[in-house]
Design a protein around this ligand. Structure first.
Ligand code: GCV
Length: 720
């Protein structure tokens, strides 16, 4: 790295100060004690080599690169690109040492040849090769073999070994092929280069400052960014957007005069197979290029984007592309010129196409200045109303990025109807790892069960296709990052699990959330768990598995959403958004609560779904309890499928939620001797705040509905 590197090195903090998250040294032990061969060329293979060397140095193993055929040393682990192997060991039909290798007669040669032969059979059966990111893993004759067709696959194979630990060196097993389900696995940072007067350094960031930027400059923390890249690769992320989608004045210039700053980040992320993307302002031709217009159909505007993009690729040949929030919450967009979002997105896509870049164009477009008195305008409808009619008009390298729900990352929402409405468009589904509405990394809230539910949702009912299928066939998954310069990366140490789980669900959305949590626990806590790893694992599951539902219980009920403090969105404020222009209402009165989004009597939003959901959500009899108030306005005495009335459900779940958080605190105390004292102290402090806040939620929500409805709690508890 050129410019900043030297000045940066001096200011880089001691990397030991930063928590290792899911890559502590101990996680490398099983690899580090082995005799390792790495075969292949290229920068990512160099990364693999450096990683195994580091592990071997620490734990007494050996790591050799590209041994010759004549001198194939004994090995316990071989990581090889298929084209780096001797020609005669290319896929054969029968396992067995190829002739050129028999001279060495080593188990290494036999194992490699066997793995290659099995790989040939496995890929022939699958009808596909390993692809650029896939790998095959086998164990034969006491040797573990990882094969990949391309260097990124070798890197992901290495991290699979880290996950497996000693299990990678157990009994013989035939080749297992691993390939990511999502080709695009992206994290968006809402990091500002300069500190924003309201939103700070990181918009909706709950883990301190940005790891990339500080007070208008690059932060220059090489060690931390490198550690981050490593963590992301280890959970499967392959793309990062490095600045906020709300692009302010300084941030806009990353595209032009501040491009060097982006080049530097790309250089740090590239060794871990992560491509850099940039959020750009649609008004760039005006604010940066001095043109009188940013009209997407204007030739001078098109030329400006083409020339600017050429300059970006001249400096960053593997640049991923642009990310755009347009005509949304004050950001400029094509509407100013009487154009639509296909015109806008295609303009940028045209500029990126010659280089293989993509534009992620967000579908989060709605009127944030609506009149709360007007009950016919429904924010939930907005993305579909704007985008569904444009289906088929976007260029191939446009990815329309859709928030998973129709509103805004609430604790519970239905799946966005846009996901089923644009079969002729590449869609990416967007999640929020940063916990804006789910406890702001002060509350334990393991989000993988929620994401998993969304990914498994079948928008067309029983035809078998899921949200994950739509994303896999289109633009993949994207999430808003939750990291900052906090010592534990995520403020709440247990929030690391959300970042890890997002990456793993991108790789394979069929993984069960508890399984992913096990992986994370074993990697992260293994070194401190010698006392009683089972107790540690069980207790963390008890605290985390259901923590999203616990959070749901003590916050806004039955899918109605919001009820948070306006602006910062932390803590309860039942009417906080009720009389504002933001379109986020619950409509509680003395008789009932909820938003009527039916076709029969409401906003008609249910009609944006295909059957069976259009019918299921429309009817109060079939609408799932957990979404009842999202779709219907009902009296407090309405009987839920659970057998409880709406009002009693509100009282019960809120008391229950608080009890569950109190139980989390007791459980965490048991772990005092089992985890790093600094982690223990931080989580203890956060749990104390979670209990306080959960009680406040419980008291405010219950008092509010008691006062509105006048209905007492059936169990006679105090309602204030
Ligand atoms: C980056 C919500 C958040 C905003 C965020 C916006 C978005 O409205 O509160 O901070 O802006 O979503 O996704 O663009």
């Amino acid at each position: 790295m050129r410019r900043h590197r030297d000045q940066v090195r001096m200011s880089t903090p001691d990397p030991t100060d930063v928590h290792p998250a899911w890559l502590p040294d101990e996680a490398w032990r099983a690899i580090g004690v082995r005799r390792i061969l790495v075969c292949g060329e290229g920068a990512l293979v160099d990364t693999v080599q450096a990683e195994v060397e580091r592990a071997a140095d620490r734990y007494g193993g050996t790591a050799r690169r590209n041994p010759t055929e004549a001198d194939l040393p004994p090995a316990d682990l071989v990581l090889a690109l298929t084209d780096a192997l001797p020609p005669d060991s290319s896929p054969a039909t029968e396992p067995g040492p190829p002739e050129t290798l028999t001279a060495t007669a080593t188990a290494t040669a036999t194992a490699v040849a066997t793995a290659i032969a099995q790989l040939g059979t496995a890929t022939a059966q699958l009808g596909e090769s390993l692809g650029v990111e896939g790998f095959a893993l086998a164990r034969h004759a006491g040797v573990t073999v990882v094969l990949a067709d391309a260097p990124a696959g070798l890197l992901y194979g290495l991290f699979e070994l880290v996950r497996l630990g000693e299990a990678a060196f157990g009994p013989t097993h035939p080749v297992r092929v691993h390939r990511p389900v999502m080709a695009r696995r992206m994290l968006d940072h809402w990091d500002n280069v300069d500190v924003h007067p309201v939103m700070g350094q990181v918009e909706r960031g709950y883990a301190g400052g940005s790891i990339f930027w500080q007070d208008g400059r690059p932060r220059g923390d090489v060690a931390r960014v490198t550690a981050y890249a490593r963590l992301l690769a280890a959970c499967g992320i392959n793309a990062v957007s490095v600045n906020n989608v709300n692009v302010h004045a300084i941030e806009a210039r990353l595209l032009t005069e501040r491009l060097d700053d982006v080049v530097d980040l790309a250089d740090l992320l590239r060794p871990y197979a992560i491509r850099v993307h940039l959020a750009v302002t649609f008004a760039a031709p005006v604010v940066l290029g001095g043109l009188p217009t940013a009209d997407p159909l204007d030739q001078a505007v098109r030329d400006w984007w083409a020339e600017t993009t050429a300059r970006v690729y001249a400096r960053i040949p593997d640049f991923g592309g642009y990310l755009v929030k347009a005509d949304s919450e004050g950001q400029p967009g094509p509407f100013s010129y009487g154009r639509d979002h296909a015109d806008g997105a295609n303009l940028l896509a045209e500029a990126l196409a010659p280089y293989g870049g993509v534009v992620h164009w967000r579908a989060f477009v709605y009127n944030h200045r609506q009149d709360w008195r007007d009950r016919s305008t429904d924010r939930a409808r907005a993305a579909y109303d704007h985008f569904a009619p444009l289906d088929g008009r976007f260029r191939d390298n446009v990815i329309v990025q859709v928030k998973h729900g129709p509103m805004d990352f609430q604790t519970r929402e239905p799946v966005s109807p846009v996901i089923a409405a644009m079969p002729g468009t590449r869609l990416a589904v967007e999640f929020q790892v940063t916990q804006e509405y789910t406890g702001q990394q002060r509350h334990v809230c393991y989000l993988a069960p929620w994401w998993s539910e969304i990914l498994r949702f079948a928008p067309w009912g029983d035809d078998g296709r899921t949200v994950a299928d739509v994303a896999a066939g289109g633009g993949g998954l994207v999430a808003v990052s939750n990291v900052g310069d906090d010592r534990f990366w995520t403020g709440h140490p247990l929030a690391q699990a959300n970042l890890y789980a997002f990456g793993r669900l991108c790789w394979n959305p069929r993984l069960r959330p508890q399984e992913v949590l096990d992986e994370w626990i074993d990697l992260t806590f293994a070194p401190d768990a010698r006392v009683d790893p089972e107790l540690l694992r069980r207790t963390l599951h008890e605290i985390m598995d259901d923590s999203w539902r616990t959070y749901e219980r003590y916050t806004a009920p039955l899918g109605v959403g919001f009820m948070v403090r306006p602006g910062h969105h932390y803590g309860p404020d039942v009417d906080g958004y009720e009389y504002t222009p933001w379109g986020t209402y619950h409509f509680a009165d003395r008789d009932g609560v909820g938003v009527d989004r039916t076709r029969a009597t409401g906003t008609g939003f249910t009609g944006q779904y295909p059957p069976p959901w259009s019918e299921l959500y429309e009817s109060i009899d079939t609408c799932p309890d957990e979404l009842l108030l999202f779709f219907h306005h009902v009296p407090y005495g309405h009987l839920l499928h659970s057998g409880s009335t709406v009002i009693q459900h509100i009282y019960d779940t809120h008391f229950e939620g608080v009890r569950e958080v109190e139980a989390m605190c007791r459980r965490w105390e048991w772990l005092a001797r089992l985890v790093d004292p600094a982690v223990h102290a931080r989580v203890t402090e956060r749990l104390a705040e979670q209990v306080r806040c959960a009680r406040e939620w419980c008291d405010q929500v219950n008092a509010y509905f008691h006062r509105k409805s006048g209905i007492p709690d059936a169990h006679g508890r105090a309602l204030h």
